[in-house]
Design a protein around this ligand. Sequence first.
Ligand code: AHR
Length: 501
Amino acid sequence: MPEPIQAKMHVHPVTSHWVDPRLFGSFVEHLGRVVYSGIYEPDHSSADVDGFRTDVMELVRQLGVSVIRYPGGNFVSGYRWEDGVGPVADRPRRLDLAWHALEPNLVGINEFSKWAAKVKSQVMAVVNLGTRGVDAARNLVEYANHAGNTYWSELRKHHGVLEPHQIGLWGLGNEMDGPWQIGHKSAAEYGTLAREAGRAMKAVDPTIELVVSGSSGPNMATFPEWDATVLDLAYDTADYLALHVYYGNPERDTLNFLAKSIELERYIESAVATADFVQAKRRSKKRINLSLDEWNVWFHSHGEPSPTEWEVGKPRLEDIYTLEDALLVGSLLLSLLRHGDRVKIACLAQLVNAIAPIMTVSSGPAWRQTIYFPFEQVSHFGRGEVLFSETTSPTYASRQFDTVPYLDAVAVLDRPSGMLTLFAVNRCPDQAMALCLDLAGLTPLSSIEHWITTGDRADVSNSPLSEPIRPVKSTPVALVGSQATMMLPALSWNVLQMKVQ
Ligand code: AHR
């Protein structure tokens, strides 16, 4: 057995910032089997009266998803929201050009809002600024949010939805800088359209908040110039700037892959600098925060053949995740917690079946991927205040990164319950880590509970039949004074919890 590496974490009783619960959001797009045979499968043995799979709803509830972005993604840029309301038998079947699929429109904004309420999530609705514009966007806000006595709100009531959905958060289009996007635009075209659509939407309902599309990723040639131009044009209507990012490991280089959370932090910091540059340029009092409304690991399904037939709910992007993917997802969540002063919304893309923590077998069970667990734990225990902390750890160099600490850790305090939670990743592939915790300044009232997620190899996955990767409770450790030493296995995700005063 190699000697454990030695690391330290000193947690101070001082608040760095509060975590916005919307950091634990996700994403449901009309794509592959996310909706059809994902959340919605009327013939399934667990389906409720509305056709929704209750087994999936239960897993979504356990995951603690605060807000869900809908209905896309690339899909939204060709979507007519009116197709998805009214009597189902009258709804048109359309070609979805984004994913080369057939869209039967069995689920639309009313069904989705009902489902979101059942899973206790808020909706973040995205409007189509690809093929459509100001009129369709403001009509959708009126249909969804206006109480009554107008054409669109009365139509909603006529469709059986008497109370407005009160959707508070709206996305202005999707990845409009991407050449793949239907209705792709220049920054000046999109910024002007986003400003005007947003202005009309807020005129219908001044309580809503708006997310303007930034570049579709940090490696796009458009970043960050696009973001600055769009923000400059739409500053007065926008509330958040959208960021999207996915990480892959096609080279199967574990150490380099696990350091990608450092890349996310650089991306966030660059986007913050861009937003603040525009604020300074405009001499504005208003600060634009960030919405990382698509993020995840995505590469296992890269290279899958493009569909040739027009089909409903054909499997797409069904990445099967491994232990190392779960460790990176955990580490990315720590980067989000650390930057929670400016990242207020984040959506794990996506929720079910396509690049998702929850998978379904059509007519069969729903099951949890490896990435389900770090998300579930951070979404439950990462709410509250991020505390200032210092960590010391040996480091390594990888292909892309010069100095990567083996330890990645964040401390969050839920003051009302007095529960202090430390999340920690040991990135080292072959050595355990002896982590010496120092809580001087906080008075511990209990021993430390420790849940460990690890596995025999970096590439182990879960399946409908077995769940080798899941948190396992270890023996509680007593503190001596304000200190304790915890053992974090090689390649592990750890949750350490104790009551403090
Ligand atoms: O999440 C899958 C796709 O990734 C989304 O539709 C799009 O916005 C992004 O490129």
